[in-house]
Write a protein of this length. Structure first.
Ligand code: NDP
Ligand code: 8X3
Length: 257
């Protein structure tokens, strides 16, 4: 995508899954990437891969826990040189913890998932929107989910946070039409990443069971839509994208062989 050549793209949650795939696909399109997450070792490996595969692009890797606003402000303030002029933000960092009825959810799950998926997304958005307002342009791509479209059994916290991502996207889009800042919300269904392993606290069998009898999407499938949305003509905004695995109709209905 020629329109992405030389653009500066900040990706949160780039150490794995969808974020990592987005960083690679942006780099493949000639965009410079700022890759952030908590696991710096993973980011360093990704940085080396991007630098050797697409030598023309700049890569900056930084450890950033989106739950910590000071961390977010410091990391974004310390992006080196021209990379600091962020054109595109992929607000991707996020997780689910556990699959439990409301009566049984833990404090840790409530705090961690809300702090990451809602508060963290807002901290990063706030810092980057300020830069985009000063520059008079920008594009924010939010990683929502079909879980934000329907509450499902034992998914209260996660579904609530992804509904919040939808609300924040709508508000931000309305607030920034005059800048203009583009806002895109991507709402994937089943994507096989580390998401379910994290959700089931490392239990690989339970994670694999999520994708039993159905071919889930890959992180690259989602990244293709992110890069597509980011590369439209300046006059055109892809405001929302819903992506389902073939054989999946919603968060609660899938055909399994
Ligand atoms: P992964 O678990 O593979 O990736 C999650 C990423 O988020 C990791 O890079 C992780 O990095 C990062 N992350 C988690 N917590 C924090 C934090 N506090 N600060 C910074 N980074 C953090 O899962 P996915 O790639 O699937 O998930 C990416 C996004 O896509 C999430 O928002 C998820 O809700 C959403 N999504 C996923 C779907 C799926 O089926 N997989 C479907 C719909 C949406 P690290 O641990 O190094 O910090
Ligand atoms: C992840 C998709 O349906 O497992 O966002 O909640 S789902």
């Amino acid at each position: 995508f020629a329109r992405l050549q030389g653009k500066n793209v900040l990706v949160t949650g780039a150490s794995s899954g969808i974020g990592e795939a987005c960083a690679c696909q942006f780099a493949a399109s000639g965009a410079n990437v700022i890759i952030t997450a908590r696991r710096l070792d993973r980011l360093e490996t990704l940085r080396a891969k991007i630098q050797s595969t697409w030598p023309g692009v700049q890569v900056h890797a930084a450890e950033m826990d989106v739950r910590n606003n000071e961390d977010v402000e410091r990391v974004i303030a310390n992006i080196p040189g021209e990379l600091a002029e962020i054109d595109i933000l992929v607000n991707n960092a996020g997780l689910a913890m556990g699959v439990d009825p409301v009566s049984d959810i833990s404090n840790d799950a409530i705090d961690t998932v809300i702090d990451t998926n809602i508060k963290g997304l807002l901290y990063v958005s706030r810092a980057v929107v300020r830069i985009m307002k000063r520059r008079g342009s920008g594009h924010i791509i939010m990683m929502g989910s079909i879980a934000g479209m329907t509450g499902y059994v034992n998914g209260s916290i996660y579904c609530a946070t992804k509904s919040a991502v939808h609300s924040i996207s709508e508000s931000l889009r309305a607030e920034t039409i005059s800048i203009p800042i583009k806002v895109t919300e991507i709402k994937p269904g089943m994507v096989e990443t580390e998401f379910s392993v994290v959700r089931y606290h490392g239990d690989k069998d339970k994670a694999d069971n999520v994708y039993r009898g159905i071919e889930p999407m890959t992180a690259s499938d989602v990244a293709e839509s992110v890069v597509f949305a980011a590369s439209r003509h300046p006059r055109c905004v892809v405001s929302e994208v819903v992506l389902l695995a073939t054989g999946q109709a919603s968060a609660t209905l899938a055909h399994r062989e």
